[in-house]
Design a protein around this ligand. Structure first.
Ligand code: HEM
Length: 346
């Protein structure tokens, strides 16, 4: 028997001229005969005439809501249809990011961006989690993320992932301290595994030299311009003495300070902040006097050889980045040539 929801004449025509046997697997048939290469509304006219080829097409006509839309579409304007179609395409792309495990965000994401840095070790997990990797041991603010998550769970349970919360909170922290705003695509999924070795392999340590920084950033698809710009985040926040005390007391086993760190700054830090080489509790502003303001002063410090970490110093020793040049204004000029976003060009 022929499907009664398919137009009888059309079915007969197909049987005679196209699909001549039930097991024909090779013959191809236009879904929109006569206009298969034109993006137009004729598909809907066919549906109304019960000439949609698939059961899924027929299902659209069987439902009251979709059927009403289908009957209206062929009488409307092509422009309106195009605009609506484009909207729905955009929506579908967003859904794709949300539902497919290899969606865009996950594909370009290596460590921590699935919120795996929030996971604690469990009795069943063999390896320690990212959270316990050396570069992550000083991360603060887990309690804040937990609070945001529980507020959201109370409002709309199971909808907003911790990974999206991390991305949005990071953006909003920068906005709140006077930095730029950018659109954060959402739809991240929370990871369920977290491996210390991933963090160790991908997160640059404070003693990273230029080559390591360049390589590890490149592994994430980030170039030297990104390296300079993103390091600018050290304009806010604090560091523990342990992240740079070897530069003050025993650089590369010499028993002396790092010669690339401004000697006055070294003396000041030793006298007032990191008073002993093994102090691992005292916190120091990375951008003294302006640690809560997202501005350009980090670069000004770099030029004065006052970046706290070896990784900061590495930026001014590289000849490509050329930040070792004379004045801050020159750095500003160079940064503007790097096409920094307007809010930064103060
Ligand atoms: C270029 C490689 C980087 C290295 C080697 C590095 C290293 C560090 C270190 C050692 C600390 C201090 C940790 C402590 O002692 O408590 C720190 C703090 C910080 N870093 Fe980075 N970082 C890098 C890139 C970035 C990037 C790309 C961002 C963001 C875009 C960033 C944002 C921050 C912030 C906000 C703090 C302050 C944290 C706080 O106040 O608790 N860093 N970083």
């Amino acid at each position: 028997m022929v499907d009664p929801s398919l137009d009888r004449e059309y079915a007969a025509n197909l049987r005679v001229n196209k699909c001549k046997t039930p097991d024909d697997k090779t013959t191809k048939v236009e879904m929109d005969p006569g206009s298969r290469n034109t993006f137009d509304l004729s598909y809907y006219s066919l549906l109304v005439k019960r000439k949609g080829l698939f059961e899924s097409d027929a299902a659209l006509i069987a439902d009251f809501v979709t059927s009403s839309l289908i009957h209206q579409l062929p009488n409307g304007s092509v422009e309106d249809f195009f605009a609506e179609f484009a909207n729905s395409m955009e929506k579908m792309i967003r859904i794709n990011v949300k539902t497919v495990t290899t969606g865009e965000i996950r594909r370009h994401c290596t460590v921590g961006c699935d919120a795996s840095v929030l996971l604690n070790s469990s009795s069943s997990s063999g390896e320690k989690p990212e959270k316990e990797a050396a570069p992550n041991l000083t991360i603060r603010g887990f309690d804040f993320i937990d609070r945001v998550k529980s507020l959201l769970e109370a409002e709309c349970p199971g909808v907003v992932s911790c990974a999206d919360i991390l991305a949005l909170v990071s953006r909003d922290s920068i906005v709140a301290t006077g930095g730029p705003f950018w659109k954060v695509p959402t739809g991240r999924r929370d990871g369920v595994t977290s491996r210390l070795s991933d963090a160790m392999a991908n997160i640059p340590p404070f003693f990273a030299n230029f080559t390591t920084l360049q390589t590890q950033f490149a592994n994430q698809g980030l170039d030297l311009k990104d390296l300079v710009l993103l390091s600018g985040a050290h304009t806010i926040g604090i560091a523990h003495c342990s992240s740079f005390s070897d530069r003050l007391y025993n650089f590369s086993g010499t028993g002396l300070p790092d010669p690339s760190l401004d000697s006055e700054y070294v003396a000041n830090l030793k006298e007032n902040k990191c008073k002993s080489p093994d102090d691992n509790t005292t916190k120091v502003e990375m951008d003294p006097g302006s640690r809560n303001t997202f501005d350009l002063s980090y670069y000004s410090l770099l030029v004065k050889r006052r970046g706290l970490f070896e990784s900061d110093a590495a930026l001014i020793t590289d000849s490509v980045l050329c930040l070792s040049s004379t004045s801050f204004s020159e750095v500003q000029l160079r940064i503007s040539l790097l096409n920094l976003p307007t809010p930064w060009r103060k």
